[in-house]
Design a protein around this ligand. Structure first.
Ligand code: KIV
Ligand code: ZN
Length: 508
């Protein structure tokens, strides 16, 4: 059996099903390019039949992202499969991923179909997909809660119809590691022809066991693991791919398996997903959390200084964390700034570099020591954003325990700066109302979160917020500044820009 484990990334499909997350086409393309740099084997770019926006994104990724398989999801109906093919056909290596549920509860209440009808749908769907491409994946949704004998019949029918990968999801995150391992073992023993194709697994994290279940499955012969960056996804999310990959790498002595992931790209990918999804990473999250390589107790610090491996099982550099403590300051010039960014892996176009440098200078006036994390935050705020219809020019706040909070905001639109003032329930509310007056769009602030980029009193505040007008679509914005109200204003304006951009593209 092959020692290679295929890594199937579904951040753009299952990950986007996280409540409140929606990526626009540009963001999806940037994410897909980064996933290709990370070295995943398959990118599930979306579910093309569900919306025009999803279709466009999958098609655009298929045309532009090379060196990786691009998959489009489809139910087993011909219309779904045709649409998925229309979108992925331009990829260097296109895949159609078709699925239907196989558990009793799904068949009875959701599909209203009998076992035989489901088997017919599987066979027809897989055969139809095979007319387009030789790379067809079939998933039995809610496989883990399905009757095992029926599931084996379904998988056997899928293999006979031409599926080249069969996926066994634990859709509701119900399995435990021993059980899931045994389950995969039984499937390997019972399903005729399964040894000729790839067995895949797809675990959700409702009990916090998605990564453990995935690792248990590869011990029993599964050779494709599906998951998402940072573990984002429906409900409690999916298996976190960075954890899966680093477990296989760090414990290679145990698993004896390889992936083709370039682990040094993990940290940057994780930051990108966090930023674009608006989902902050918990500080103690394995591999990519802020504290994953931080040593607080004196005994630990002493040990690590003497010999890193006393308390570190992975070298942070392996996942792309290469921070030095003190980098640039007020007197650093554009060259030093640019060189450090290149070392951190960012090569900016002239205009982006100009904007980022100006933000850096501004920050250097307020903060003495600028670290790599500060630089990353600046760059990530400046690049990868959609065109700025509105730009924050200035902000003045009057607030306190005995005064009504008032904000005066200057906003640049079409090269002209206009100004509005507004009162609010608090300073952030006042800022939002002042911005709304100028844009003419009344938004509701659905969520607001703040984090600090580094430690220290002069740390950059990192605000992530979401806004909505119709309570259906939510737009996320992020802003950073040493002043948390300015960070809030920047985040709000960036969310409004996103909304305007989507509306102009007819997707809002
Ligand atoms: O969780 C699940 O079962 C899925 C399938 C569509 C693969 O996401
Ligand atoms: Zn799923």
């Amino acid at each position: 059996m092959s020692q290679h484990v295929y890594i199937f990334d579904t951040t753009l499909r299952d990950g986007e099903q996280s409540p409140g997350v929606n990526f626009n086409v540009n963001e999806k393309l940037e994410i897909a390019k980064q996933l290709a740099r990370l070295g995943v084997d398959i990118i599930e770019a979306g579910f093309p039949v569900t919306s025009r926006g999803d279709f466009d994104a999958v098609q655009c990724i298929a045309r532009e992202v090379k060196g990786v398989t691009i998959a489009g999801l489809a139910r087993t109906s011909q219309a779904d499969i045709d649409r998925a093919w229309e979108a992925v056909q331009y990829a260097e290596q296109p895949r159609i991923h078709t699925f239907i549920a196989t558990s009793n509860v799904h068949m009875q209440y959701k599909l209203n179909m009998t076992e035989e009808q489901v088997i017919d749908a599987v066979v027809n769907g897989v055969k139809h997909a095979r007319k387009y491409t030789s790379d067809v994946e079939f998933s039995a949704e809610d496989a883990f809660r399905s009757d095992i004998d029926f599931l084996c019949r379904v998988l056997e029918a899928a293999v006979a119809a031409g599926a080249t990968t069969v996926n066994v999801p634990d859709t509701v995150g119900y399995a435990t590691p021993d059980e899931f391992g045994r389950f995969i073992h039984t499937i390997q023993e019972k399903v005729k022809g399964i040894d000729k194709i790839v067995t895949s697994i797809h675990c959700h994290d409702d009990l916090g066991l998605a990564v453990a279940n995935s690792l248990s499955a590869v011990r029993e012969g599964a050779r494709q693991i599906e998951g998402t960056i940072n573990g984002i996804g429906e409900r409690a999310g999916n298996a976190s791919l960075e954890e899966v990959v680093m477990s296989l790498r760090t414990r290679r002595n145990l698993y004896g398996l390889d992936t083709r992931v370039n682990t040094e790209e993990i940290y940057r990918t994780s930051k990108m997903i966090s930023k674009l999804s608006g989902m902050n990473i918990q500080h103690n999250k394995a591999i990519v959390g802020k504290n994953a390589f931080a040593h607080e107790s004196g005994i630990h610090q002493d040990g690590v200084l003497k010999e890193r491996t006393t308390y570190e099982i992975m070298n942070p550099a392996m996942v792309g964390i290469t921070h030095t403590n003190l980098v640039l300051g007020k007197l650093s010039g554009k060259h030093a700034f640019k060189d450090r960014l290149v070392e951190l892996g960012y090569t900016l176009e002239d205009e982006d570099l100009r904007k980022a440098f100006s933000r850096f200078k501004d920050l250097a006036d307020r903060k003495k020591q600028i670290t790599d994390e500060d630089l990353e935050a600046i760059v990530e705020e400046e690049i990868l954003t959609i065109p700025s219809t509105y730009e924050l020019s200035y902000l003045h706040i009057s607030s306190g325990s005995t005064v009504v909070p008032t904000a005066t905001v200057g906003l640049k639109y079409n090269e002209e700066v206009s100004e509005e003032a507004s009162c609010g329930n608090g300073p952030v509310d006042a800022i939002c109302k002042a911005v709304d007056k100028m844009t003419g769009i009344r938004c509701r602030l659905a969520s607001w979160e703040i984090d600090a980029v580094t430690s220290g009193k002069d740390a950059l505040g990192d605000v992530t917020l979401k806004i909505t007008v119709d309570e259906e679509r939510f737009y996320q914005g992020r802003g950073i500044s040493t002043d948390v109200l300015e960070a809030s204003a920047r985040a709000y304006v960036s969310a409004v820009n996103k909304m305007v951009y989507e509306k102009q593209k007819g997707r809002g």
